[in-house]
Design a protein around this ligand. Structure first.
Ligand SMILES: [Zn+2]
Length: 180
């Protein structure tokens, strides 16, 4: 009798799954292609439909499935602008992955949640990632979500468990700081 199986849509929009492979160490490797057949020119902003070519293969870590690490493999499509000087090419913005980012957007957000009440080393150990990979999540997500102009002073306080950042809001007259 066949083993029971579950089927759930991949949490990534606008993609076609081309291949799924299991590596000897049980990691899942999913090869995808974007189903979007257009992009927008990075100079003039017009919609582009003239296909120029594929970029190099990219490997992206995604949310784990049943405890197995999952890696997505894809090639970004490039579209050519017929009107701008030099006919520049642009690849479409993907909802599930930012260019040059090792994890998918969903895995980035998952790792950020894991960091709540946990250290970089805790998350690095539990997720079997290097410290640098987890620090990268903080750099990307804090840069996106914190409006640094709202703070007039940034400091570092050393306590028993390590160093923590202190922020002083611009609206504060007392000079008091809070910790994050
Ligand atoms: Zn253009």
């Amino acid at each position: 009798m066949a083993k029971p199986q579950i089927s759930k849509p991949l949490d990534s929009e606008d993609v076609n799954v081309l291949k799924i492979e299991v590596s000897p160490n049980e990691d899942l490797h999913i090869t995808l292609e974007s189903s979007l057949n257009y992009g927008y020119c990075r100079r003039c902003g017009q919609k582009l439909t003239k296909f120029h070519g594929d970029d190099a293969w990219v490997k992206v870590q995604h949310l784990p499935i049943l405890g197995r690490a999952v890696f997505l493999h894809y090639r970004a499509k490039r579209y050519e602008c017929p009107d701008c000087d030099g006919k520049p090419t642009t690849s479409p913005q993907l909802a599930w992955h930012e260019p040059n980012c090792p994890p998918s957007t969903a895995y980035d957000e998952y790792l950020l949640r894991c960091l709540i009440n946990s250290s970089v080393q805790d998350v690095s150990t539990k997720e079997r990632l290097g410290d640098e990979a987890v620090e990268g999540v903080l750099e990307r997500c804090l840069a996106r979500q914190v409006d640094w102009t709202r703070y007039r002073r940034l400091g570092v306080a050393c306590v028993k468990v390590g160093c923590i950042l202190t922020f002083t809001p611009r609206s504060s007259n007392s000079g008091s700081s809070f910790l994050a």
